[in-house]
Write a protein that binds this ligand. Structure first.
Ligand code: SF4
Ligand code: SF4
Ligand code: SF4
Ligand code: FES
Length: 945
């Protein structure tokens, strides 16, 4: 249910090109063939009563409220299950129908609590509406017969409850869980009067339910209802905004009372999510008002001093003075900034502008450095632009999904559900992943092939797939001849044909069966439309950029680029990774991926900004940290990032931060990096922001303020005012003016403005004269760079090798309920699904070491040691262990190495050689961490007061 109703057409749209024309209540209407009579009627603006139908799921025909009469036909068929036919004449309102409908309603109401006035759904209940619509005035059966009024509610889910006494057994919830979410957690058990909605276990919390809320949205009564609505009452107004978690970028409707969010409902008009959401976006927004939030600026002279709460003026004066003093002492390039993929484009734009125009250097980098920087590099090299090629809806035309190093049902759940829908319609799936992710086998979905390769061997496997396609004559020569650089293709063909790239040669290194590699290659090459989807399992390797180019080569080789249903699609981790890269957060690139060394491009910025700019590329995050340890990089402004937790080799990061004279952290919470900060500037949550995010499909989505900044200052203003104090005034009066500047200076955004986004909805860049309404699919007809460029993808194995001392490979990932370093999700009820990070280990490796599930184990690498609880599972292969990094005390990055992608320095998080042994004590790092954290918490409480 939702406050702001959009029209519910009762049954889903039908895509048929053929149409039929019929008459309903005297209105003539033409609809696509296969459309239900109910949808046709509602399209004509007519109301047909209904309870069990809603347009996000297929019709079921159980409530018998939508009956109609059709001339020439006997009986009263249900309009939701009857297809419209050419020439039909239909009546939806007759005395006979009215009587029948009242009879149906009488039955429902005789087994329903008569507590409308005190019910949480009062005013937002379809049963109540239908009682009114059908003119129900009495219930002849009385209320004394057998009923379910005493059934007990299930309150086990932290976010919603199930009250069976109000259930009308319409099965909308069951069908939503099946068709929208694809989890199949619910069934209707029993028959007739006995039928009830059931989970597979005794309650929702312990069941397969992933808490997406699709059933709650679909329920027409108060049976499935958000606890916040039950506790706080119905919301009063709606603000449309965008989820601030993953790169799917779901559109949400924040429903508010006063300035309190009562519930978050997925927006049916959202072009990325079409009315679906996941447990994070739908429910986990409570962190925004969590007591741990720091709302006042704070300063301290040394990191050993206690924090002192100060006014914004004093904090910004101190920050400006300290940065200027650092530059004066150590030079112009001794300071820099880090932008955040959690912040809006407008906030990111100002931080990179601060570095370039105010600091006078290019020392700006972003957290994409540690996740998708190889995507930017690899796709730019081969296709000419640093972004995914398709929109999400493209998958509806895909016949084969090649999923590499990505776990969409956990990390990108709404797109994961869409993927499941397509797979259930018959598309085939190949999974390349060291771990058995859910999509390998889940209800009604089974991958054709799962290639559980050894971590670190993506490149030989993609080369072997390409080798097979070339060797077996499966390449799309017509596409290559027309669209690709032929000289580069010839050179690449000679390379890929080499024996070392054959499946037989790479089988041992990758741990895969060569015949399976060949079969997967044939399947990919023979599909009419094959699409590659990939994640951090591709990029976070020392050969991340090589692998991205390997996938781009593969798509060109088979002609799978430049139309719907195909492409190379990076699944972006954070909400605005794409945007933070687009906004010029890289030290060598100005916004729009244009080199800082290009005099012509720089001149346009210099003219607009009225200041000279440095044409020399700046330092990346790893360089800043290395130089900080060396003592030449001394000051940093970090907006919305927690490098002390998220970056590899924690000891090194901590040493670097400790060695700086001025560390400024801007964040919601006193994060791990704040332990080393001198100035803390409180940040704002997405509920307080005015701006835009860009999702994984290049979609520019509006983020609208639901409440005023709790800190008293919009985050972009903080950056602007810091710049003012450092001598470069930034004159903006609203965030929309920053977007105007972005559009003015970035050709791919030329047609973007808040006004257009508000009027026309989200748009996918490029939005310019050539594509005034945006670009859902790129590289149609021609690549952005002209001809597609095959790049050689020589396999250079990582230096991180196993040996007798470190015989296992540790790889990492995420789980559904948590998000990245967990700063947000750990401060919500989502914590109930995951209280700590676990180490997955195969039964044979566990047995060898005497380890059982639940035992504490030491995980030691060449870099450090941490202690985790073991989860013995055959999801991972022998020789591979796996963990998540959502809890700082796990210290996952204490053990990861400083090895990184050769082209972009993206850290090699996915491959660390480790030994695992039973342990009965915490690691030294964990002891120190927990001691300082307790101290931090004490300060946090004081500061938050
Ligand atoms: S819980 Fe709601 S949606 Fe599910 S069967 Fe009952 S009334 Fe229908
Ligand atoms: S919350 Fe989602 S997963 Fe859980 S039962 Fe409802 S629809 Fe299914
Ligand atoms: S799928 Fe991603 S963007 Fe959508 S609601 Fe979930 S976390 Fe938010
Ligand atoms: S709405 Fe058609 S039978 Fe229920």
């Amino acid at each position: 249910m939702t406050l702001e109703k959009s029209i519910d057409f009762g049954t889903p749209a039908v895509g048929s090109p053929d149409t039929v024309t019929l008459t309903i209540d005297g209105h003539t209407i033409t609809v696509p063939e296969g459309t239900s009579v109910m949808r046709a009627a509602r399209k004509a603006g007519l109301t047909v009563p209904s309870l069990c139908a809603t347009d996000c799921i297929k019709s079921f025909g159980s409530c018998r409220l939508c009956l109609v009469e059709i001339d020439g036909r006997r009986g009263t068929p249900s309009s939701c299950t009857t297809p419209a036919e050419e020439g039909m004449t239909i009546h939806t309102q007759t005395d006979r129908l009215a009587k029948l409908r009242r009879g149906v309603m009488e039955l429902y109401i005789s087994d329903h609590p008569l507590d409308c006035l005190t019910c949480a759904a009062n005013g937002d209940c379809e049963l109540q509406d239908m009682a009114g619509v059908t003119g129900l005035r009495e219930v002849r059966y009385g209320y004394e017969g057998a009923n379910h009024l005493a059934d007990t509610p299930d309150t086990s889910n932290p976010y919603f409850q199930y009250d069976p006494s109000k259930c009308i057994v319409c099965s909308r919830c069951v069908r939503a869980c099946d068709e929208v979410q694809g989890t199949l957690a619910l069934t209707i058990e029993g028959r007739g009067f006995e039928s009830r909605v059931k989970t597979g276990t005794e309650d929702f919390f312990t069941s397969e339910c992933v808490s997406c809320g699709a059933c709650v949205d679909a329920c027409p009564t108060a049976t499935l209802m958000e606890k916040t609505v039950i506790d706080e009452g119905m919301p009063e107004r709606t603000v449309k905004t965008t989820c601030a978690y993953c790169g799917v970028g779901c559109s949400l409707k924040a429903e508010i009372k006063g300035d309190q969010v009562i519930r978050m409902v997925p927006d049916k008009d959202g072009k990325a999510n079409h009315g679906h959401a996941c447990v994070k976006g739908r429910f986990a927004w409570g962190y925004a008002t969590h007591d741990d939030r720091i709302l006042s600026p704070m300063v301290r002279d040394s990191i050993d001093d206690p924090w002192r709460k100060v006014s914004w003026d004093e904090a910004l004066d101190t920050a400006a003075a300290r940065l200027q003093a650092t530059q004066k002492k150590y030079g112009r390039t001794s300071i820099g900034g880090i932008t955040s993929s959690r912040c809006t484009n407008e906030e990111v734009w100002l931080v990179q502008k601060l570095v370039r125009a105010t600091f006078g250097n290019n020392n700006v980098d972003t957290c994409a450095r540690v996740c998708h920087s190889p995507t930017g590099y690899g796709l730019a090299q081969t296709y000419g632009t640093s972004a995914g090629t398709q929109d999400f809806d493209s998958i509806e035309e895909c016949d084969l999904i090649l999923l590499i190093g990505s776990n969409p049902t956990d990390a990108h759940p709404v797109f994961g559900s869409k993927m499941k829908q397509r797979l259930r319609q018959g598309a085939k799936l190949i999974v390349i992943d060291p771990r058995q992710i859910d999509l390998v086998r889940t209800p009604h979905v089974e991958a054709e092939y799962h290639l559980p390769l050894k971590p670190g061997t993506n490149v030989p496997v993609i080369n072997a797939i390409a080798h097979t396609i070339v060797e077996e004559g499966l390449a799309d020569e017509a596409f290559i001849n027309e669209r690709c650089d032929l000289a580069a293709f010839q050179e690449w063909t000679a390379f890929i044909k080499r024996k070392e790239n054959s499946p037989e040669s790479v089988a041992e290194e990758s741990g895969l069966d060569s015949e399976m590699i060949r079969s997967a290659a044939r399947l990919y090459a023979s599909a009419p439309n094959a699409a590659i989807y990939y994640g951090l399992g591709v990029t976070e390797h020392s050969q991340g950029s090589t692998m991205v180019m390997g996938m781009a080569n593969l798509a060109m080789l088979t002609g799978n680029i430049g139309r719907p249903g195909v492409g190379v699609n990076p699944m972006r981790g954070q909400n605005n990774v794409q945007g933070s890269c687009d906004m010029g957060s890289f030290p060598h690139e100005l916004p729009g991926y244009r080199p800082v060394s290009n005099d012509e491009v720089r001149a346009t910025f210099e003219q607009d900004w009225g200041t000279p700019m440095d044409g020399v590329p700046g330092q990346r995050i790893p360089n800043m940290l290395d130089n900080a340890v060396l003592g030449t990089f001394k000051g940093i402004y970090i907006q919305g990032e927690d490098i002390a937790q998220s970056d590899p080799n924690t000891h090194h990061v901590e040493a670097a931060l400790r060695n700086m004279d001025c560390v400024i952290v801007q964040d919601l919470f006193l994060n791990e990096t704040a332990r080393f900060a001198h100035i803390f500037l409180p940040g704002t949550s997405f509920l307080e922001k005015d701006g835009t995010f860009i999702n994984a499909e290049r979609r520019i989505n509006r983020v609208r303020p639901v409440m005023k900044p709790k800190t008293g200052k919009a985050e972009w203003r903080v950056t602007a005012e810091l710049s003012d104090r450092m001598g470069y005034p930034m004159h903006y009066t609203a965030a929309s003016e920053i977007m105007d500047e972005i559009a003015r200076l970035t050709p791919t955004f030329a047609g973007v403005s808040f006004d257009r986004l508000d009027k026309e909805g989200s748009m996918q860049w490029p939005v310019n004269d050539d594509a005034p309404f945006g670009t859902p699919v790129m590289h149609i007809g021609e690549f952005v760079r002209g001809k597609g460029l095959f790049k050689l993808t020589e396999y250079v194995p990582t230096e991180e090798r196993t040996n007798r001392k470190f015989p296992l490979i540790l790889t990492t990932g995420r789980i559904l309920s948590q998000y990245n370093v967990g700063a947000q999700t750990r401060r919500t009820e989502n914590i109930k699904w995951m209280e700590q990070d676990l180490l997955e280990i195969h039964p044979s490796d566990a047995e060898l070491r005497g380890i059982r599930s639940g035992d504490w184990v030491s995980v030691a690498s060449r870099k450090g040691e941490t202690v985790l609880q073991a989860d013995v599972t055959d999801r991972v292969n022998p020789g591979v262990v796996y963990t998540t990094f959502h809890h700082p005390e796990s210290g996952t990055n204490v053990i990861t190495t400083e090895l990184s992608d050769w082209a972009t320095q993206c850290p090699e998080y996915k491959v660390t050689a480790v030994q695992v042994t039973p342990s009965n004590h915490r690691s030294e790092w964990q002891e120190t961490y927990l001691r300082t954290r307790d101290e931090m918490r004490r300060i946090e409480v004081e500061a938050g007061e």
